[in-house]
Design a protein around this ligand. Structure first.
Ligand code: PLP
Length: 403
């Protein structure tokens, strides 16, 4: 019998991290690599946030804190929810963890029992199904393809709900598609959820501030306040303030859930990094110019990437509403062969051949539960993006129909 747990045998390592590592190794070997696989802003954390963190060290904020966050940060999070989302949460309804990832993990660990089902729309963020599995639950995947704008319909949600459904995870704007649910679309889903009082909502709002054109971000409990008693609204500073390495995320929900999550955290990591908490406090309470500036840059890059990809033979790339990802289809390339004679059988072989032939690292759609697609993270410089697009165009143009 294996030394490792049986649960772990069902959990896959993250494919996004695997592709990023492969690209890194190839670069270390001297290959000319453009990596568009990682999901993090390529900007530095704003100066005032860095300065606050340095001052926090000098002020001695270097010890254990309350397990799920210093009171000042909880208050700042409550203020943020009121100011930006119209949501009224008291500080005891707020929890702070080591990244949004820990918030999601805590929530699932604190609530799942064997046989509990968690509805996850695909394409999904790679960690959701594996976290559910780790927690002993069963992921129930509903697919939203390119034709529905990568958004599930109320009918799909309705038919996926069973008496065993515990949570539905909603991520808007989405990783990996960038698709966002506007108010009307979100209301379609919340109307369904109102009819099923045993189902809880896990709203992953981590890309809230990265929305483009006239898209207006909404979160489920804001659209349907009657859901607030069974919603965990999760967010964090990683993507909004270029703070991925600082590891601060937060969530808000009913007190009983928040206490249970703190209990899980108290037996794993204890408090998130004390210095990072002061940095996050500065992010939430200080000047917000970075958000507007980065949004403008990302929108420009999105337009560059979407236009470039749609000029590539066999690629169809819709325009996403938010985040910093595109999720084009390569359905028209399946069955074609490379000049070396390798057939593109699926999106995994597409990504591997693309990497080998051109040095461009993307993540294949299979990792996100919807094929045949691939994900590009356009959190890279304009020069890198233009270079990558030119290489992808060359690669697609070199593929030949099956003889
Ligand atoms: C959809 C989604 N949710 C949550 C996270 C977690 O972010 P963090 O743990 O850095 O706050 C990520 C990060 O990639 C993400 O893409």
């Amino acid at each position: 019998m294996s030394f490792l747990s049986q649960t772990l045998a069902r959990v896959k390592p993250s494919s996004t991290i695997a592709m990023t590592n492969l690209a890194r190794e190839m670069a270390a070997e001297g290959r000319d690599i453009v990596s568009l696989s990682a999901g993090e802003p390529d900007f530095d954390t704003p100066l005032h946030i860095r300065e606050t963190a340095k001052a926090a060290i000098d002020a001695g904020h270097t010890r254990y804190t309350a397990v799920d966050g210093i009171p000042e940060l909880k208050q700042a999070v409550a203020d943020k929810f009121r100011r930006e989302n119209g949501l009224d949460y008291a500080p005891q309804q707020i929890t702070v963890g080591t990244g949004g990832k820990q918030i999601l993990y805590n929530a699932l660990m604190a609530t799942l029992n064997p046989g509990d089902e968690v509805i996850i729309p695909a394409p999904y963020w790679v960690s959701y199904p594996d976290m559910v599995t780790l927690g002993g639950g069963t992921p129930v995947i509903i697919a939203a393809g390119i034709d529905s704008g990568y958004r599930i319909t109320p009918e799909q949600l309705e038919s996926a709900i069973t008496p065993r459904t515990k949570w539905v995870i909603l991520n808007s704007p989405s990783n990996p598609t960038g698709a966002g649910y506007g108010e009307t679309e979100m209301r379609g889903l919340t109307d369904v959820l109102l009819r099923h009082p045993h189902v809880w909502v896990l709203a992953d709002d981590i890309y809230e501030h990265l929305v483009y054109d006239d898209f207006r971000f909404v979160t489920p409990a804001q659209v349907e306040p009657r859901l607030i008693e069974r919603t965990l609204t999760m967010n964090g500073v990683s993507k909004a303030y270029a703070m991925t390495g600082w590891r601060i995320g937060y969530g808000a929900g009913p007190v009983e859930l928040i206490r249970a999550m703190a209990n899980v955290q108290s037996q794993s990591t204890s408090n998130p990094c004390s210095i990072s908490q002061y940095a996050a406090l500065a992010a939430l309470t200080g000047p917000q110019d970075y958000i507007t500036e980065s949004r403008a840059v990302f929108q420009r890059r999105r337009d560059l990437v979407v236009a470039g990809l749609n000029q590539c033979e066999g690629i169809d790339c819709p325009v996403p509403q938010g985040a910093f990802y595109v999720y084009p289809s390569i359905a028209r390339l399946i069955g074609r062969t490379t000049p070396e004679g390798t057939t593109i059988t699926d999106d995994r072989s597409f990504a591997m051949e693309l990497l080998n032939a051109t040095g461009v690292a993307v993540v294949f759609g299979e990792a996100f539960g919807l094929s045949p697609h691939f994900r590009i993270s356009y959190a890279a410089s304009d020069a890198q993006l233009s270079d990558a697009i030119a290489r992808i165009r060359g690669f697609c143009g070199s593929l030949r129909p099956e003889p």
